[in-house]
Structures are given as C-alpha cells and as structure tokens.
Ligand binder design. Structure first.
Ligand code: C2E
Ligand code: CA
Ligand code: CA
Ligand code: CA
Length: 278
C-alpha cells in the first residue's frame, strides 16, 4: 500500500491534468445529457425500524451515458454544482420525482413521502420556495408528500437559509438535514432551525458496532433530535448489528442496503406491491 502511495504521489501532476480533462469532458457531456434525457431516478425505501413499515423513499438521480455507461453521482453532481447545471438537473429530479409520486398515489398505492436532494447551489437560487410551490401545484401533489434533503452547507449563510427554510415549510413541505454530523451545524443554533428531521450521516453508522466514538456521536444526535422534537433517521444501514444498536439507542427510522438498494421505477413498484400486501 505504501508503494502505491508513493508512486501515486510521483504522478500527482499528471493526475491533476487528467482530472481536469475528465471534468471538462463530463461538463460537456452533462450539458447534452440534460437535453437528451439520459437521466433516470432510482428510489430507495426508508423504513420504520421497529415495525419494518415502509415510510417513504429517497429519489437518487442516475446518469446513463450512451458510451461511458453509468456515471456515479459522486462524480457528476460536484461538476453540476460548479457549473450551475445542477439548477436545471435538480429541477428535473424534483419535478420528475413528484410526477412519479403522484402517479403512484393515483394508482392506489398508499401515499408516501418522497425525499429529494437539494444541493447548496439550488438552495441559494432566488425564488426557490415559489418554484417548489408552482411545481407542486402543476402536478397536483400535496406538499406533505415531499421532503427536501439539504446539507449543513446551506447554513454558511444562516439568515438566508433560515428564512428560505421557513418559507418552504410554510408550504407544508418537510425538510431534513442530510449527512448530519459532518458539517457546520452547531448545537447552539440547531434549535432555531425550521427543520423536521436529522439524517445521521452514513460514516457514523458504518462502524457504529465496532467504534465507541461513532456510537457516542450517534447517541448524541438521537438525543438532540428527541430534545428538539425532530425525527431522526440513520442512513447507510447495512447490517443487523448496526440496526440493533440503532434500535437500542432509540433511532426509529433507517435507510440502507439492509432494507433495500435504490430501485428503478419498475422495481420500486414491485417493492410497493410486496410491502403493501395484506
Ligand atoms: P446522499 O444523499 O447521502 O445519498 C445516499 C447515498 O448512499 C446514495 O448514493 C445511495 O445509493 C447510497 N447508499 C444507500 N444505502 C447505502 C448503504 O447501505 N451503504 C452504502 N455504502 N451506500 C448506500 P448515490 O445514489 O451514489 O448518491 C451519492 C450522492 O450524490 C448523494 O448522497 C447525494 O449527495 C448526491 N445525489 C444523488 N442524487 C442527487 C440529486 O438528485 N440531486 C442532488 N443535488 N444530489 C444528488
Ligand atoms: Ca440524501
Ligand atoms: Ca446522506
Ligand atoms: Ca452521504
């Protein structure tokens, strides 16, 4: 491993150039991708971890490039953010996700809350609350069936984020803080934030069963949530061991491969049929 590390360092400059070339390539492809509709959405179930009940799903964007194949969001979302392309892409995910959710409701499936990720760049665009309101109205989806997942990055501008979140929640849309525990939030101001849910970052769940510090942090987040009357959900739950500890500590909701991977529209429908039978 050390050997690789050293040679990796030697080629550092080459790496940097390649990366920026890749970035330029992806940026160009990303522009085309939006027009050519190369994006789809997968839906990952969220569960009540004591009853096993399905409580909602998260929309996760997927990019299938005709030549490059599937490209991970961890690669293209940052580029979309930098270039501003996240604005049209994010709006597409929001609208498409809401259309799909409404369609499932119209088909008679039990109504569920759909969570959509909102990046900082999207969050800071002017008129976001009005845009969300218009989209919901146009689709005919009740606001309570939509949740937005935002990261702590939005709190860099605290005044703006608080007033925007307030407007969004006044519509009836729920708000969750994604990747909670990794960002800028301080306990002293969390209590002033107009939010509904804390989503514990997967990095704390990953080793919760073997690392006491991670367990202590998770406990603390659950305590904060209970004190402030917020929901709390754990992301990245992969094993029964992890689930057990979460349960012991009073975490009521979970999401992760243990329950289900993100599913295509058709697979999610299969999942819905199975989950809602009886
Ligand atoms: P995220 O919002 O934290 O989403 C959770 C990520 O963890 C997803 O990766 C999901 O597939 C993955 N995951 C779920 N369960 C497990 C598990 O048990 N173990 C592990 N190891 N991973 C799990 P994905 O879909 O590749 O997305 C990565 C990130 O890209 C997301 O992280 C989010 O920040 C961003 N992203 C995805 N879709 C969108 C979108 O529509 N808009 C925006 N702005 N960002 C998005
Ligand atoms: Ca998320
Ligand atoms: Ca997350
Ligand atoms: Ca994450």
């Amino acid at each position: 491993v050390k050997e690789q590390g050293r040679s990796g360092f030697k080629f550092f400059h080459l790496d940097m150039e390649q990366r920026s070339l890749e970035q330029i390539l992806l940026e160009n492809e990303l522009r085309k991708a939006i027009q050519q509709q190369q994006f789809t959405i997968e839906y990952q179930p969220k569960k009540d971890i004591s009853t096993g009940e399905l409580i909602g799903m998260e929309a996760l964007v997927r990019w299938e490039h005709p030549e490059l194949g599937r490209i991970s969001p961890d690669k293209f979302i940052p580029i979309a953010e930098e270039t501003g392309l996240i604005i049209p892409l994010g709006e597409w995910v929001l609208r498409q996700g809401c259309i799909q959710n409404k369609q499932w409701q119209d088909q008679g499936y039990p109504p569920l809350k759909l969570s959509v990720n909102l990046s900082v760049r999207q969050f800071t665009q002017p008129n976001l609350p009005e845009k969300i309101k218009e989209i919901l109205k146009e689709i005919g989806l009740e606001a309570k069936w939509l949740e937005l997942e935002v990261t702590e990055g939005i709190f860099m501008d605290l005044d703006h984020s608080v007033s925007t979140l307030q407007e969004i929640r006044n519509l009836g849309v729920h708000v969750s803080i994604d990747d909670f525990g990794t960002g800028y939030s301080s306990i002293s101001y969390i209590k002033h934030l107009p939010i509904d849910t804390l989503k514990i970052d997967a990095s704390f769940i990953r080793d919760i069963h073997i690392n006491e510090e991670s367990e202590a942090i998770v406990k603390l987040i659950i305590d904060i949530a209970q004190t402030l009357n917020l929901n709390v959900i754990a992301e990245g739950v992969e094993s029964q061991e992890q689930l057990l500890i979460l349960r012991e500590n009073g975490c009521l909701q979970g999401q992760g491969f243990l329950f289900s991977k993100p599913l295509s529209k058709n697979d999610f429908e299969g999942y819905l049929k199975q989950a809602t039978r009886n």
